[in-house]
Design a protein around this ligand. Structure first.
Ligand code: ADP
Ligand code: MG
Length: 239
C-alpha cells in the first residue's frame, strides 16, 4: 500500500503539493488526474523515492520511500531517458541488468504486441514507438508497484485504445498496484479503478470509479470539466 501523510512538497519557490493525505489501495489501477502543473509528476516521483517530501511522509509498504525503493517500483518517466544508440533489444538488456525483476520473456511478448522491431535503434524510432519502448521496460518488470507518468503521451490517439487493452493484459493485479498520471482522462477512464483528482497541488477528490459511474451519471471527463472550470490556466491569465 502507498500512503501520503500530510505531505507538502516545495521546490525552490513553488509549492507543488500541499498537505496531501491519501492512501492508494493495493491491487488497483489508480489514475492521478489534473491539469498541467497540478502536481501529478511530483506525486509519482515522491512515491518512487526520487524526491523527498518537504513536510510529511510517503510510505510504500509501510516504509518511508527512499531511492532504494526503486527496486520495488517500475517507474515510467515523462522524460526520454533512453540511450539513442541502443537498439530496442539492448535497451531491454540494459534494464534487465539494472532490475533483477525484469521478465525477458514478457518483454519479448510486449515488443511483439507493440509491433516494435527489436533491432531498431532508439534514435531511429518515432516518438510513438519510443513511448512504446518505455512501456515495454516498465510493464515487463515484476515489481509490486508500477508508476507511469503520462504513458500515453506521444502515442497516436488511434492506437491508444489497443495499447490500453494491452497494458491491462500485461499487468497482474494479484500482486501489482498501478498508478498512472494523465491529463487525457477520456482514454484511460475504462482502465481505472480509482481516481485522485489534483488541482493546484491539492487533492480535490478521491473516487472509486464504479461507485462514481452509478452515482453521478456522467463521465469522468465531464466531472473534470465541471470541477476545473474557472481554474484553467487560460482563464486565469485574464483575471
Ligand atoms: P504536473 O505533472 O501535474 O504537470 P508537476 O508535478 O510536474 O505537475 O509540477 C507541479 C508544480 O511544480 C508546477 O508548478 C511546476 O512548475 C513545479 N515544478 C515541478 N518541478 C519543479 C522543479 N524541479 N523546480 C521548480 N518547480 C518545479
Ligand atoms: Mg507531469
Amino acid at each position: 500500500m502507498i500512503r501520503f501523510e500530510q505531505v507538502t512538497k516545495r521546490y525552490l519557490s513553488k509549492t507543488a503539493l500541499i498537505d496531501v493525505d491519501l492512501e492508494f489501495p493495493a491491487g488497483k489501477i489508480i489514475g492521478v488526474v489534473g491539469e498541467n502543473g497540478s502536481g501529478k509528476s511530483t506525486m509519482l516521483k515522491l512515491i518512487a523515492g526520487l524526491l523527498r517530501p518537504t513536510k510529511g511522509r510517503v510510505l510504500v509498504n509501510g516504509e518511508p520511500s527512499h531511492r532504494r525503493i526503486a527496486r520495488k517500483v517500475a517507474y515510467l518517466s515523462e522524460l526520454e531517458t533512453y540511450y539513442p544508440f541502443f537498439t530496442v533489444q539492448e535497451t531491454v538488456d540494459y534494464h534487465a541488468a539494472q532490475f533483477g525483476d525484469l521478465d525477458r520473456k514478457k518483454a519479448w511478448e510486449i515488443i511483439e504486441f507493440m509491433g516494435l522491431d527489436p533491432n531498431a535503434k532508439i534514435k531511429h524510432l518515432s516518438k510513438g514507438n519510443r513511448g512504446r519502448v518505455k512501456l515495454v521496460v516498465t510493464l515487463a518488470r515484476k515489481a509490486p508497484y508500477i508508476l507511469m507518468d503520462e504513458p500515453l503521451s506521444g502515442l497516436d490517439p488511434i492506437v491508444r485504445d489497443s495499447i490500453i487493452k494491452g497494458m491491462i493484459s500485461f499487468i497482474d493485479l494479484d500482486y501489482q498496484t498501478v498508478v498512472i498520471t494523465t491529463h487525457e482522462v477520456n482514454e484511460v477512464e475504462p482502465l481505472l479503478d480509482q481516481v485522485v483528482a489534483l488541482r493546484e497541488g491539492q487533492v480535490i477528490k478521491v473516487m472509486d470509479l464504479d461507485a462514481f459511474r452509478s452515482n453521478e451519471g456522467m463521465s469522468l471527463a465531464e466531472w473534470m470539466t465541471n470541477h476545473y472550470a474557472g481554474h484553467s490556466p487560460l482563464k486565469k491569465q485574464g483575471s
